[in-house]
Design a protein around this ligand. Structure first.
Ligand code: IVH
Length: 670
């Protein structure tokens, strides 16, 4: 790569990232991005003195810090006066209009996260400071650089402060908590805490993994000559920051009120939490004249949305038994209205989480609900206890079938395969979207069919008749026929749906697809070592498949006959050294290992996760460990990444093909 090519590649990467992280409109694939990124890394490691400061490689942090330094904002970061209803809004607007006459108000969402001040000078991000007390905050520059929606450089040379809110998408918040639940860590109460906590991580790599997003809302110290806030913000978005999209100029309290209601309706559709709308006088000259009170600007206010966190009381804990037998505690609380929805129950995840929170029956609790954030108890108010609260006991018997439960700590399981809850939930799961996607076969109908004794196990679905359905309450001719048709339509389903629908523990959609492409519909005849060799399959998953097949062999056969799932179509790769070969990738690569794996699959290779006699190649990187040793021991052909790329004529980082110090027994280079 020449220097000019390097510069073009960096520009291209920045463009890709801008489309992905700022415009939410990707223009390339992850793989394409990774390949180009790898070229840039290679060039930079050979030409360290030529590194462009805003190259995407420069976002990645170095060693963990031991503390954050304090840092001063160039100008104060204010907070906002809160307005809660139309009356307060009317008063606030009037206070301004009675002096200044017709004033325009710029209105935008109020994002619920952690505020951050970015200082740019000479076009570069020089410092990122948390709000702190408004004057003095903490320097989190290294962490801010990992946030992809914060430009490292801007096309403006003056010194300027760009302010905004660091948020976490609701979806990412749920994912982080799921991970934390699995690893036994305490859960984040809400996305705001998750964002604030992630921004203040001493280890930059943790911040980088949290997918934080920066939403700009204002400008601090500056020497701009743009006279209106709306134009200033348009200019900020043009510098490469995210645009919140829902902004509007209103000219009266009534217009503000109308826009506020529109935004409230749109609230759940935003990827991040909003806690209100912010109204700001548009004219900078009027803003300056209005000035500030001790705490707030007089030219801006937060028109708050109804809270999504409410105080209530825990009435009882009920137990739900899932299809895999896992018993999940569910909190029943005194009903509270949260944004028009009555919340009466919330998940408690598991008994370890109950113990961590020290939750007791009768406790006052704060509950959170917002659109796609599942209702959850975020805080227990232990200070308000009066001694009548009752500790929650771990159950010993299944609440549905009464059989003895297996207590594994975080998970408590009912092991009775015939437990009604397990059967009904398995059927519901079987019919659900990521499985056979049978229209009209939801929770209520499955339960009704089961209670009427029409379905005792999955296969019974295929024997249902019109007469049987018509005998049920609420089933007219059309509804019954539609259901029968929908069940019939599941015949000839994709092979992975059939596997997924069986509900094998630890085997979800991705693993079902892997099993399907490796073994087809006869996945149940696969051998232990072949399953273990599959990408992403650990011992627990393999044992789960084998155990399921052992216990349910007959059931799999009958369902397979009833469904006739189609075999996956194998794509035919062009002739190449890796076609139909089993390859293991180990150690650090110049691009994420998944990229190399995707390339191999494209070439028609089977990517395995462990080395065995059946392996044909092991591609290894810098810190390869035991898999490398095993390959040497078994005499499997070893390739460096560079050698692999040469063999497939893929552009590489420029390392000579013969750089490998070890010559495998059956090396391609002998
Ligand atoms: S303006 C002088 N606009 O809310 C203006 N703040 O309660 C001061 N926030 O500290 C802030 N979205 O962290 C403004 N669109 C928005 C905002 C916003 C979220 C946060 C910000 C501020 C707090 C004030």
């Amino acid at each position: 790569m020449t220097q000019t090519e390097y510069k073009t590649a960096v520009e291209q990467l920045k463009k890709y990232a801008y489309h992905y992280y700022v415009l939410d409109d990707p223009i390339t694939t992850d793989e394409e991005y990774d390949i180009l990124y790898h070229h840039v890394v290679a060039y930079e490691s050979a030409n360290a003195n030529e590194i462009i400061p805003d190259s995407p490689t420069q976002r990645v942090g170095d060693q963990p810090q031991d503390k954050f330094d304090k840092a001063n904002h160039l100008s104060r970061m204010w907070s906002l006066e809160d307005l809660f209803n139309k009356e307060e809004l009317d008063k606030w607007v009037e206070r301004i209009t009675k002096v200044y006459g017709d004033v325009k108000f710029y209105s935008e969402p109020k994002f619920d996260g952690a505020s951050l001040n970015l200082i740019y000078d000479e076009g570069r991000l020089v410092q990122a400071i948390t709000r702190g007390d408004g004057t003095l905050g903490e320097d989190v520059t290294q962490n801010a650089k990992t946030i992809q929606s914060i430009p490292l450089t801007i096309d403006y040379k003056g010194r300027i402060e760009i302010r905004g809110e660091v948020v976490i998408f609701k979806e990412d918040f749920e994912k982080i908590n799921e991970e934390r639940l699995k690893s036994g860590e305490s859960l984040f109460a809400n996305p705001r805490n998750a964002a604030a906590g992630s921004l203040r991580q001493l280890d930059t790599r943790i911040t980088a993994s949290r997918r934080l997003v920066f939403m700009p809302y204002g400008i601090g110290a500056n020497s701009l000559e743009i006279g209106n806030l709306s134009e200033r913000m348009a200019w900020v978005y043009g510098l490469g920051f995210r645009n919140p999209h829902m902004t509007h100029i209103c000219v009266s309290a009534d217009e503000i009120e109308t826009f506020y209601h529109e935004m409230r309706i749109a609230r759940d559709d935003f990827a991040m939490l909003l806690d209100g709308m912010v109204i700001k006088v548009d004219s900078i000259a009027v803003q300056d004249e209005l000035g500030y009170t001790v705490k707030n600007p007089r030219w801006a206010a937060a028109y708050k949305f109804p809270a999504i966190e409410k105080l209530t009381r825990l009435k009882e804990v009920i137990l739900q038994v899932g299809r895999s037998g896992v018993v999940t505690p569910v909190a029943i609380v005194e009903p509270v209205d949260i944004e028009g929805v009555t919340v009466e129950r919330s998940t408690l995840h598991n008994f370890d989480e109950i113990e961590r929170k020290d939750l007791r029956i009768g406790d006052k609790v704060i509950i959170l609900r917002s659109g796609d954030v599942i209702p959850k108890i975020v805080k227990v108010i232990t200070a308000d206890r009066n001694g009548s609260e009752i500790e929650i006991q771990r159950p010993h018997n299944c609440p549905v079938c009464n059989s003895e439960l297996l207590d594994e700590g975080a998970l408590i399981k009912c092991q009775n395969l015939d437990c009604e809850a397990r059967v009904v939930n398995s059927i519901i799961y079987f019919a659900s979207k990521p499985c056979l996607n049978i229209d009209g076969l939801g929770d209520k109908i499955v339960l009704a069919l089961h209670e009427a004794g029409l379905i005792r196990e999955l296969i019974d679905l295929f024997g249902l008749t019109l007469e049987q359905l018509l005998s049920l309450e609420g089933f007219k001719e059309k509804k019954s026929q539609n259901l029968l048709d929908a069940i019939q339509a599941a015949r000839g389903c994709e092979c992975w749906r059939f596997i997924n629908a069986l509900g094998i523990e630890h085997i979800g959609e991705v693993a079902s697809k892997t099993l399907c492409s490796a073994f087809g519909t006869a996945f149940d005849t696969a051998q232990r070592e072949d399953i273990l060799a599959l990408e992403g399959f650990g011992v627990e998953m393999v044992e789960s498949v084998l155990e399921f097949v052992r216990v349910n062999g007959l059931k799999i056969n009958t369902l397979r006959e009833a469904l006739s799932p189609v075999e996956p179509v194998k794509r035919v790769a062009v002739e190449n050294p890796f076609k139909d070969k089993t390859v293991v990738v180990t150690g650090a690569m110049s691009v994420p290992r998944d990229t190399i794996k995707a390339m191999l699959e494209e070439l028609g290779a089977k990517v395995a996760s462990s080395v065995s006699k059946k392996s044909d190649f092991v591609i290894y990187g810098e810190d390869a460990g035991s898999k490398y040793d095993k390959a040497v021991e078994l005499g499997i052909a070893l390739l460096t990444e560079s050698e692999f790329r040469q063999l497939t004529s893929l552009p590489d980082s420029g390392t000579p093909a013969q750089s490998s110090s070890i010559k495998p027994k059956n090396s391609l280079f002998d």
